[in-house]
Design a protein around this ligand. Structure first.
Ligand code: GLU
Length: 588
């Protein structure tokens, strides 16, 4: 089957549940049609985007509307207390631009922030603190995206989210499970515990949850614009929450040192995307400070030298794991905020460098631990950057689906791939009192100890893994994809592209297939149900080995663009509950 051969249903908005040769309980939300399309992990968010598209908004307007609604229904994975990365394709100009609105470290931040006595502090202690909070970038990002490429105002695009926050929604099992996972952290902060827990326990599934505080905050943005977030009372409330975290009696957490100037000075950045090619596709992804685009490109460049189609599936998957391992060794060693570190991106993206890395792969035996390579030899740029002195091993924490990714396209062919986050599930745990949103813990994405390019510094953006990606073929959009999941984001996007292009799966099957994530750690991360499967056993014959702690990996969303102009939106059928894929009805 060719990668673009997806089921077409040129009907009105439909959500169909299909089984794609995978377990019977897997139901993949898929919608096809000829108008604008949206895929998110939340029905109200997809509906918000659709409503904006139906009102004549473009993909940027609809993406912000969906994101704001996700801030209501998925407050533990995203929201205005965090930051993100947006990849925008402008059809008329046939151009891609990316918007980095990653959180930055406050001006007071020091490299010893998470290692006060030279030793890295306990991760969970670091997370639930004012110090973990970076200056939030989301509202600035939404504003800049709308201002430059949107057609609507905050007032228009925030309206569906305000209604969702005001009217409330019934919490589902997934929501409850996330609160349960975070009971300890949330209990530290009464404003958070009071909203999501009762008597120290998660609210039961089915509870109608309203968030009038967040509705009020969104209204504030509707009338006051971006300034209402980065100055005035709301900015003061953020600073107070970071510097004197509103904790329960008898609790103490580390305070941060954020100033009103940190908020007032926050800037998003328009950046040129990372471009690479793979078997006739052009892939366009997120540049640094996200490691996503570069790492995916390097892994695919390595894989491109193998004739994967002629191999048994397990051999191709073995090579996928090995390519990811090598690319991650480089990512872990070299990548960080480009405004602070001269990373050897050109070398890492070079096909010649990939050929050198490919020589290290044994097609019959797993490598276990890869050393970073020497991309500096492949830098053409005469200003050869300095090599970093140290390359700490990556902290490979348990990585679940925290963060969220959404994909939107409009009838004119514009596309937005948008991943945004508050970092861990429930971020720092600190809700800004009276404003209804949780502050991020993005500063813990820095490496806690150095020397390493990704150590904390004032004004720096911590390295990310977020990988919103758009693929083109013959100069036209072919598909867009992205996912949450910390560093597994990179492998989820990589594996889905590999499944789709190399294994010939259609996008629903590519998305649904079991995820295996190799990040040059001790063992490859797997999902529940994978260990012991025939697929796992076949890979074990290559020496591949699995992490004992199986966990759901990612929660991807995609849109496929067919050569005849129709589109298919695809969301998750089971990970993080069930996603939502919608396409505009005819007539809009
Ligand atoms: N903080 C992560 C990153 O920027 C995303 C959060 C997550 O998915 O774990 O890569």
């Amino acid at each position: 089957m060719t990668p673009n051969a997806l089921p077409r249903r040129l009907t009105s908005t439909i959500i169909i549940a299909l089984a794609f040769g995978v377990p019977a309980w897997a139901k993949t939300p898929v919608a096809s049609g000829t108008g604008g399309a949206v895929a998110t992990i939340s029905e109200p968010a997809s509906q918000a985007a659709l409503a904006i598209l139906n009102k004549g908004g473009n993909a940027v307007d609809a993406a912000v509307a969906a994101a704001a609604a996700l801030g209501v229904t998925d407050p533990f994975s995203c929201g205005i207390g965090g930051g993100g990365f947006m990849v925008i394709y402008l059809a008329k100009e046939n151009r891609v631009i990316t918007l980095d609105h990653r959180e930055v470290a406050p001006a007071s931040f020091r490299s010893s922030a998470f290692a006060p006595d030279g030793k890295a502090m306990d991760f969970e202690t670091a997370v639930a603190s004012g110090m973990a909070v970076g200056v939030p970038g989301t509202v600035r990002g939404w504003h800049d995206a709308l201002d430059r490429y949107g057609t609507m105002s905050f007032r228009q695009v925030l309206a569906p989210a305000i209604k969702a926050a005001q009217d409330g929604f019934k919490v589902n099992d997934n929501f409850v499970a996330l609160v349960k996972e975070n009971e300890q952290k949330f209990a530290l902060f009464p404003e958070t515990a009071g909203r999501y827990m009762r008597d120290g326990k998660a609210l039961p599934a089915g509870t109608l949850l309203r968030n009038p505080d967040l509705a009020k905050t969104y209204r504030l943005l509707s009338t006051g614009g971006v300034k209402a977030f980065y100055s005035g009372k709301l900015a003061q409330a953020i600073v107070d929450s970071v510097n004197r975290p509103p904790v329960a009696a008898g609790v103490s957490v580390r305070a941060g040192q954020m100033s009103l100037a940190d908020l007032a000075n926050y800037e998003a950045r328009w950046r040129q995307p990372v471009r690479s090619t793979y078997r006739g596709y052009e892939l366009v992804g997120m540049p640094l400070p996200s490691s996503g685009g570069v790492t995916i490109a390097e892994a695919l460049n390595i894989l491109e030298g193998f004739d994967l189609k002629s191999m048994p599936r397990e051999k191709a998957e073995h090579l996928y794991l090995e390519a990811a391992r090598l690319a991650f060794a480089d990512r872990n060693a070299y990548l960080a905020d480009p405004e602070y570190v001269d990373a050897p991106v050109e070398g890492l993206l070079s096909k010649d460098y990939a050929a050198r890395r490919r020589e290290l792969i044994d097609p019959t035996q797993a490598h276990y631990y890869a050393q970073p390579g020497d991309p500096y030899l492949f830098q053409q740029d005469p200003s050869v950057p300095l090599r970093p002195a140290g390359a700490a091993k990556a902290r490979l924490l348990s990585e679940s689906a925290h963060t969220t990714h959404l994909a939107v396209s409009d009838k004119d062919g514009n596309i937005v791939a948008y991943t945004f986050t508050i970092e861990s599930w429930g971020g720092s745990g600190i809700t800004v009192p009276g404003y209804g949103f949780i502050l991020n813990n993005e500063m813990t994405d820095f490496d806690f100890t150095g020397p390493h390019p990704n150590v904390p510094e004032a004004g720096k953006r911590p390295r990310s893994s977020m990988s919103p990606t758009i693929a083109f073929r013959n100069g036209k959009p072919a598909f867009t994809i992205g996912s949450p999941g910390g560093s597994t984001i990179v492998t989820t996007v990589l594996q889905t592209i590999f499944n789709h292009i190399d294994l010939g799966m259609d996008m629903p099957a590519a998305l649904d297939a079991p995820r295996i994530s190799e990040r040059n750690g001790r063992a490859t991360s797997i999902e529940p149900g994978f260990a012991g499967s025939a697929q796992a056993q076949a890979l074990e014959r290559f020496g591949q080995r699995w992490d004992a702690a199986a966990e759901e990996i990612g929660a991807a969303n995609a849109i496929v663009f067919h050569p005849d102009g129709s589109v298919t939106a695809v969301s998750e059928g089971r990970r993080h509950g069930t996603g939502s894929a919608l396409v505009q009805k005819r007539g809009h």
